[in-house]
Structures are given as C-alpha cells and as structure tokens.
Design a protein around this ligand. Structure first.
Ligand code: E4P
Length: 216
C-alpha cells in the first residue's frame, strides 16, 4: 500500500520523505490554511520534494470552473492531481479533465455508490473518507472494503485512496482491505513507527549492554 501524507506542511513532508515513506501528498483548503502559506507557492515547493502524486483542491462548484481551475493547478507541476468534489458537477469535471490527460482525485466520497460513479467517470483516484464516517457512528472501513471489492469485480483502474485516517488502526485496516494507498496525517504516521514495547525493549537492551560491558 502506498502511503501519502495528508498535509501541506513542508517540514513534516521533508522529515518523512527522508525516511522513504512518502509516495504522494494530499492537501485540501483546510490543510493549506493550517500550513499558513499561499497555495501555489507551497504546492510548487512540495512538488519539488515529492515525485509522486500531489493532490490539490480548489473551491469551484460548476464543472467547467472546476476543470478550468484544475488545468491551472496542473500547470504548476507535472505530478499535480486535481481534487474534484463528488457530485454531478464534479463527475462532469472529471470527464473534462480526463480527456485532457489531467489526473483527478474524487474527494468527499462517503458511499460505495459514489465510489462506483467516480470510477465509471474515469477518476485516477477515489478518496473514501473513513474517519468522518466513524465520527458519526458508521463503519468507515466497510466503505473501503466495498470500494476495493467493486473495483476488483469490474477491473476499474481508479485507485482507492483511503482518506480521513485517524489512527494506525485505520492504516492497517486500509491495508488489509486492499486499498491502493492511504493518506495519513503526519502525527498518525509518527505513531505507526512506535510501540511501547519497542521503547521498553530498547531501554532494557541498552541497560544490559552497558552492564555486560562493565562486567567485561
Ligand atoms: C483527503 O484527501 C483529505 O485531505 C483528508 O483525508 C480529510 O481528513 P479529515 O477528515 O481528517 O479532515
């Protein structure tokens, strides 16, 4: 499973890219706001750090406007992927952008029916939001499982990008469900490296190593 980082914060991207753990990036208006930088400037910098897909989202609602803005985003770097909100206008925009060979990521997907339509429209990625479903008492992981199953049944090329990931449990669940990628916030990726037993084990081995050295 590919790991995308769900952030526009360059220092965090550099940190995990140096570990070889960043296959791509996803951003959205909230993450751009959090990064505190102008969108084009920060996306252009991110695209120089990461070779993989970098998803960029605007705020247009009409298909033609989404597509026009998407073309502008795609001119910033060769690895830009245009995030398109799910819906009739979004699906139209995916078709316009696909004809222009511009990659798309259909976002804000909350049902398998939406995921099916995104694939039929030719989206490059689909982003089912599992954490936000969990938040309202639905089982987000079931949406990932259903989407993977439907795409496999019909050989759709659209890649399943598990989104709205909130914990290492979500990362593992997405991998078990067969998601092509998961977009993981930096704090969750950091947690994936750690385990209390690992820390305790290292501490004990260090103490015993020092004691054995002292004894000779
Ligand atoms: C996906 O591309 C979105 O940027 C993100 O995963 C949304 O996550 P959230 O529900 O934690 O905001």
């Amino acid at each position: 499973m590919k790991i995308f980082l769900d952030t526009a914060e360059v220092d965090k991207i550099k940190r995990f890219a140096a570990l070889g753990m960043v296959d791509g990036i996803t951003t959205n208006p909230t993450l751009i706001l959090k990064a505190g930088r102008e969108q084009k400037e920060v996306i252009s910098e991110i695209c120089k750090i990461v070779d993989g897909p970098v998803s960029v989202e605007g705020a247009c609602q009409k298909a033609e406007e989404i597509a026009k803005e998407g073309e502008e985003f795609a001119s910033w770097a060769k690895n830009v992927v245009v995030k398109v909100p799910m819906g009739e206008e979004g699906i139209k925009a995916v078709q316009i952008l696909s004809k222009k060979k511009i990659k798309t990521n259909v976002t804000l997907v909350f049902s398998a029916a939406q995921a099916l339509l995104a694939a039929k429209a030719g989206a490059t990625f689909v982003s089912p939001f599992l954490g936000r479903l969990d938040d309202v008492g639905e089982e987000g992981m079931e949406l990932i499982r259903q989407t993977v199953c439907i795409y496999r049944n019909y050989g759709f090329k659209t890649q399943v990008l598990a989104a709205s990931i909130r914990s290492p449990v979500h990362v593992v669940g997405a991998a078990l469900a067969g998601a092509d990628a998961a977009t993981v916030p930096p704090d969750v990726l950091e947690k994936c490296f750690r385990h209390g037993f690992t820390d305790a084990g290292i501490k004990k081995f260090l103490e015993d190593y020092a004691a054995a050295k002292k004894r000779g």
